[in-house]
Structures are given as structure tokens and as C-alpha cells.
Design a protein around this ligand. Sequence first.
Ligand SMILES: NC(=O)c1ccc[n+]([C@@H]2O[C@H](COP(=O)([O-])OP(=O)(O)OC[C@H]3O[C@@H](n4cnc5c(N)ncnc54)[C@H](OP(=O)(O)O)[C@@H]3O)[C@@H](O)[C@H]2O)c1
Length: 299
Amino acid sequence: MDAVTGAFSYTGSVIAGELLARNRAVRTLTRSPPPAGHPLAGAVRVAPLDLDDEAALVRSLDGTEVLYNTFWIRFPRGGTTFEWAVAASARLFRAAAAAGVERIVHISVTRPSLASPYAYFRGKAAVDELVLAGPVPATVVRPSIVFGGRQEVLVNNIAWFLRHVPVFAVPLRACRVQPVHVDDVARIAVEEPEPGVVDAVGPETFTYRGMAEQVAAAVGSRARIVPLPERAVAELARAAGVVLRDTVVTPEELGALTASLLTSDAPARGTVRFSEWVGEQAGWLGRKYHSELALHWRR
Ligand SMILES: NC(=O)c1ccc[n+]([C@@H]2O[C@H](COP(=O)([O-])OP(=O)(O)OC[C@H]3O[C@@H](n4cnc5c(N)ncnc54)[C@H](OP(=O)(O)O)[C@@H]3O)[C@@H](O)[C@H]2O)c1
């Protein structure tokens, strides 16, 4: 029996699917029952993910061989801060040790650093250190921007904007991204046998503007893609968030993007090419806006 946090959410659902395809029994730790019609409903056992209750986490992990941990927050909101998310991750890892889990595969992000100006990347670095220093042998998988699968938020929402607005703003500062397909992330997570750190990045690197242009071409958008100073892009995103009742992109996320943190110097382990994938998604990509707040915060 393996355990996956968030098997009804994004990366976790693909990791769970990959494990089931390899005839592993899967239990998911999650805050919610499966959404109606979710393909994994009934295929995985469900246990609570109460990150404030270490004893409950031990019970949820009882009998687990490998824990695949996807838990993180995209941004702080209310009392849910990155400091809380680090402490919650520490509770999860302690609970895994107490439950006798044999191995942890932990999903992080490319280029985390305790010295990063971005709290997301500092928090990720702190959690990576915790899991690598803990008593349970651990593999840390570090993806860049993840794309693919119907539950993804980022590329879908770029496409949604490109379908609905006449002008799409991108940061003036040229920045690179190296998107990786969610299937590649799941395969690397499940196949990587060695403890330590492995970057999960795709085979192609683009400027962010180049990536947006490919999405625009794929969905037949006639929007003008306009480079603007980062602060102006952040302000437009904030205004769009008010209209959509969502957090579209935070100033921190824009900063990390323009600092090209979503890339790696390691050889690409992902094989799916964004440029080929995006051209085949016109039927659904960006037809419906995917709200981060609705998915993870208004439950
Ligand atoms: N998506 C990307 O482009 C990307 C890029 C680089 C790295 N990553 C990393 O990959 C991992 C998985 O990302 P993902 O996008 O696939 O995440 P996700 O599916 O949206 O969420 C993963 C897990 O975190 C829990 N979670 C999410 N928001 C939460 C909140 N506000 N409070 C409490 N729990 C919350 C979810 O709980 P439920 O099970 O209850 O839904 C789920 O178990 C994360 O560590 C992320 O940092 C993602």
C-alpha cells in the first residue's frame, strides 16, 4: 500500500494513477471526498489529511510503504502561511516515521533556496532539508512549471485569458521557463529509486512570452501579447483577480518567473514536448477558467 497526498487534486491524481497502473494499492490523504465523477473515486482508499493533528496523520499513514507527498500551498491566505505549511510538512514527515513508512517521495520545485527573496522558494528549501535530514529515506523531486492533465491551472488559465481578452500582458524582463508534463513528473516520482534530489524538467526551454505565443496559436487567439514592467503585470493580475474572485498570479510568482527559477541546469528527465502537446489541446484548453481559490480555499 502506497499513500499519496491529494489524489483528487492535480499532480497527486496522476501519481496515484501511475501507481495503480503498476498494480500498487493506493490510499490518498486528502481534505475532501472525491469530486463527483473523479476517475479515481472508488479506485483509491481515502484517509483524512489533517495537517494540524500529528496523531491523526500517523493513523492515516498506518500500513504505508511509500508516501508520495504533494502537499504545499501556492500562496499564503488568512492564517494559512508558508511558515504553517513548513510546520505542517514537518508533522507529516514525523508521522510517516512513526507509522513505519519505508520511503518518502516528496514533490518540491526547481531552484528552492533558504536565501531566496521568495517565501514559496524559501519554504520549499526548508521542507526539502527537513525531509532529507529525517529518518525515512527520501527522494525529492523538483518540477518546473507543470502542464498537462485536465486539472491543471496555469496553462489552462493563460489560454482562458488569451481566448477572452484583447491584450495579454507578459513581464518585460525576458525570462525562461522549462515546462514539464505532469505525466513525466509522476513517472519520475514513481520510478526514481535513489534517495536524494532529482530535477523534473521538460525537454524544451522557452521565454515566457514564447510559451504564451504558443498557447495563443493553439487556441486561435487574436489577443496582442504585450510586454510590460513586472509591477504593471502584477497590478493587472490583481485587478483580474478581483473580477474573477481568484488569485490569478501573485507578485511573488511573477518575480520567481522573471528570475527564471522554473528551469534547471540538470539534463531534462521529462520527454513530453510542450510545443507538441499544446497544439493538440485546442478542444478544451482555456474554455473554462480554473479558480485556485475555488479548488483549494473555499471548501
Ligand atoms: N503545479 C505546478 O505547476 C507546480 C510546479 C512546481 C512545483 N509544484 C509542486 O508540486 C506539488 C503539487 O502541486 P499541485 O499543483 O499538483 O498541487 P495541488 O494538487 O493543487 O495540491 C497538492 C496537495 O496540497 C493540498 N493543498 C493545496 N492547497 C492547500 C491549502 N490551501 N491548504 C491545505 N492543503 C492544500 C491538496 O489538498 P487536497 O488533497 O485536499 O486537495 C493536495 O493534497 C506542490 O508541492 C507544488 O509546490 C507544482
